[in-house]
Every structure is written in structure tokens, then in C-alpha cells.
Design a protein around this ligand. Structure first.
Ligand code: NDP
Length: 400
């Protein structure tokens, strides 16, 4: 029996709400709160059965968050608002001694830089308060980190090379749209790429390294080396890694439009004066782009996200590939979501279940790969994200 507070009523928040509502034996009372209450109400209505209560909250405002938490008394807060809200929500959890979970690490609003340092700095305070924060429990970060922990636990003595491969081969029929919050997404892909090799980070110009990668049930797609936040904790938690990289697919049309937007200054986060007031071009762009949740209807095709790993077992070289494919139309049929929101929201619900049932417990701030992957891996398929593994077969990343 537990109370859970979900903050954020976007594409991911809707999935978390649906999925928590379907597990009443763990999530007894659910409150969905966000900046725009009408979006919470719409989701609550779609879930039905009076399972979801709703509230308005500005999650940048710590006293407002504390008042909401004191009123509803959640055992856990699931933060699926934006990365900017991570620290205020963690502050409110500390003040009220409430567990915390998120899917994306903190970013300062005025600098496109994502690092765990701000959130890891809460470790001692969470420990002293006797509460737990679970960071990055979506798909990537999240399941990709749990896949890596699962591989290291069951199949390798040492993992040496990790390539996280993220393909969205779906078609939403829009001229240009991002699959999760446009502002966060564009900040992520327009900053320099970075990968880990031989004990150091190597920075590259944005989108400058790319190659085709063959994805299961999809085929070859051009994939771009990006910096992605789970790399930061994985190279610390798996110190045998000699190299760790992250690849994401983008179609030529997406790249073209993004280039134009960048060249004309629309992706800038530096404020400009417009008709006597300051506006941030990227925030304005976000306002005219489709919301991630609105892409679900008519979205066709699949995502395929996984980990390709090379390492050593019993003195011999070993390869391992583990992945999940998720079909946009199928998950729209199930709960009216698109696959990117779905693949993020399902692990967030299951991570919350792991915490509330004490399969994963601790005092302090943790990344998902620090816990036993087995109970999570045993259940994620039944909640909609089954996985497939291949052992000692040629890795698609090494084909070229
Ligand atoms: P959306 O833009 O669809 O939703 C964000 C929600 O947060 C909106 O409902 C928004 O409210 C709300 N919000 C924003 N600011 C505040 C605030 N100050 N107070 C209260 N609510 C606020 O984004 P997504 O659902 O696509 O993404 C949600 C999160 O999931 C992001 O942090 C994203 O980075 C993360 N993510 C993680 C992934 C992973 O695999 N780990 C993959 C995809 C996303 P309003 O409706 O009023 O704008």
C-alpha cells in the first residue's frame, strides 16, 4: 500500500500514470500534478476508474512542492517534468523525507550541460534523512544501464567495450517534431558529442561521427555519436570499460531542418529582445513544435534500443547484444502513447515499484545500475517492454 506523486503531465507523465494505475497492489493512491492542471485532468479521465487525483503545481517552487507533499503524503515522488525541476523537487523531498525518482539528470536552464554532479551532491543529505533517490530510470538512461549491469553480472568477468544504440525508425507524418520535450531534446543533440576511451573523455563536434548500424527488425539506419548522460555513471560503476559510446539515429530530413534552425539562431538558449521583452529562441521554437504526446495518433514503425558489449568471460572474448523493440502503433492502441514516451514511462513505473517493494533499497542518491538488475529484468517484459539477447554473435556496430 503506498501513495505516489507523479510530477509532469506530458508524454512520459501520461504513460507513468496509466502504468501505475494498472498496478493497484503497489500504487494505491496516485496524485498527478503539473504546471497545467487541465493536462492532468485529461490523463486522469483517460485512465478512468477514479484512479488518479490531480493538482496544479509549479515544480520550480520548493515551498509549493513541500505544501503539496505534506498534503498528499506520498511515499515516493516520480519526477517526469523537465530536468530543470530535478533540484527543487529533490529539495522538497529532503524537507519532507520522501523518496525520489527521475528519468533525466539536472540541467541548468541557462547552460546546455548535463552532468550528475549536482544531483550526486545530495547523496549525504539523502543518506542522513534516511531516504533514497533513484536517478535516470527511463529507457536511456535507465534500461540501457540495467541491461549493462545484467550483462556484467551474468555474462562477463569484465566488460570492455559498450555501445548503446538507440534507433527510432518511426514515422509520425509531421514535417519536424521531437519525440520528447523539444527544448531538452534539441539542447542535447546540438551540444558537442563525447565518448569514453582509455580512461578519458573525447569531445567531438556535434553530429560529426556517424555510421550506419543494422537494427533488429528495422535494418540499417544512419546513427550519430552523441554524449548521453548514462555514460557518466556507467564508466564509474563499470571501471573495466575501455570504451563507452552512445549512438542515436536521425533521418536526413530531421538533420536538414535542424541545421537550418541552428543556422538561423532558432536553437539558441541566449535570450534576445523581441517587441520590448526578452525571449529565448529555443523556448519559442518549443512553443510552435508539436507536443511529444500529440505524436501518438498515426505514428507508425518501431524503436529499437539496446546495448552491444564486448568483453571477457573465462579468459575468452565474448560479445553480447541485448535490446528491446517497441512499436508506436501498438502502444498507442494500448494506452494512447507513442513509443518514446512509453519506453521511458514503463521503466519509471517499474523502478518505482522496485523501490516501494524494497527490491531496490538504500539511503542516498543512486543510479539504476547500482542495484541488482534481476528483479527488474524479470518484470519489464510483462509491463510491455520485452527484451531479446544474443550471445557470441557478430555485433552489428562492428560490421563497418
Ligand atoms: P513533455 O514536454 O511532454 O512534458 C513535460 C511536462 O512537465 C509537461 O506536462 C510540463 O507542463 C511539465 N512541467 C514543465 N515545467 C514544469 C514546472 N515548472 N512545474 C510543473 N510541471 C512542469 O516532456 P516528456 O514527457 O517527453 O519528457 C518528460 C521528461 O522525461 C523530461 O525530463 C525528459 O528529458 C525525460 N525523458 C527521459 C527519457 C529516458 O529514456 N530516460 C526519454 C524521454 C524523455 P506543461 O504541460 O504546462 O508544459
Amino acid at each position: 500500500m503506498s501513495n505516489v506523486l507523479i510530477i509532469g503531465a506530458g508524454g512520459v507523465g501520461a504513460v507513468v500514470a496509466h502504468k501505475c494505475a494498472a498496478v493497484p497492489e503497489v500504487f494505491t493512491n496516485i496524485l498527478l500534478a503539473s504546471r497545467t492542471k487541465s493536462k492532468c485532468d485529461k490523463i486522469a479521465e483517460a485512465v478512468g476508474g477514479n484512479r488518479i487525483q490531480t493538482a496544479q503545481v509549479n515544480a520550480d517552487n520548493v515551498p509549493e512542492l513541500i505544501a503539496l507533499i505534506e498534503r498528499f503524503k506520498p511515499d515516493l515522488v516520480i519526477n517526469v517534468a523537465l530536468p530543470y525541476q530535478d533540484l527543487p523537487i529533490m529539495d522538497a523531498c529532503l524537507a519532507t523525507k520522501t523518496h525520489y525518482l527521475d528519468t533525466a539528470n539536472y540541467e541548468p536552464i541557462d547552460e546546455a550541460k548535463f552532468e550528475y554532479k549536482w544531483q550526486w551532491a545530495y547523496h549525504d543529505r539523502f543518506k542522513e534523512a534516511g531516504i533514497m533517490a533513484l536517478l535516470g530510470c527511463g529507457f536511456d538512461p535507465g534500461v540501457t544501464s540495467i541491461f549493462t549491469a545484467f550483462a556484467a553480472k551474468h555474462y562477463f568477468d569484465e566488460i570492455h567495450y559498450l555501445d548503446i544504440v538507440d534507433c527510432n525508425a518511426g514515422d509520425h507524418g509531421k514535417a519536424f517534431a521531437t519525440n520528447f520535450n523539444p527544448e531538452i531534446n534539441i539542447r542535447e543533440i546540438t551540444q558537442p558529442g563525447k565518448y569514453w576511451e582509455n580512461g578519458a573523455w573525447h569531445e567531438i563536434p556535434a553530429m560529426s561521427i556517424h555510421q550506419p548500424i543494422d537494427y533488429p527488425n528495422i535494418g540499417e539506419k544512419e546513427s550519430y555519436l552523441l554524449y548521453h548522460e548514462e555514460l557518466e555513471s556507467l564508466v564509474i560503476n563499470f571501471p573495466t570499460l575501455k570504451r563507452a559510446r552512445f549512438w542515436m539515429t536521425f533521418g536526413p530530413k530531421y538533420i536538414n531542418v535542424l541545421n537550418v534552425l541552428q543556422e538561423v539562431g532558432m536553437t539558441s538558449i541566449k535570450p534576445v529582445m523581441y517587441e520590448g521583452r526578452e525571449i529565448v529562441p529555443l523556448q519559442f521554437l518549443k512553443a510552435v513544435l508539436p507536443e511529444p504526446a500529440s505524436l501518438a495518433e498515426g505514428y507508425k514503425g518501431q524503436t529499437s534500443i539496446g546495448c552491444q558489449i564486448r568483453g571477457i568471460k573465462d579468459g575468452k572474448e565474448r560479445t553480447y547484444y541485448i535490446w528491446n523493440n517497441c512499436d508506436h502503433a501498438e502502444v498507442n492502441q494500448e494506452i494512447g502513447a507513442q513509443a518514446i514516451s512509453y519506453t521511458t514511462g514503463v521503466p519509471a513505473m517499474l523502478g518505482a515499484k522496485m523501490m516501494l517493494t524494497e527490491k531496490w533499497s538504500g539511503k542516498g542518491v543512486f543510479n539504476v545500475e547500482e542495484f541488482d538488475p534481476d528483479p527488474f529484468m524479470a518484470e519489464i517484459g510483462k509491463y510491455g517492454l520485452p527484451w531479446i539477447e544474443e550471445i557470441d554473435k557478430p555485433l552489428p556496430i562492428e560490421k563497418y
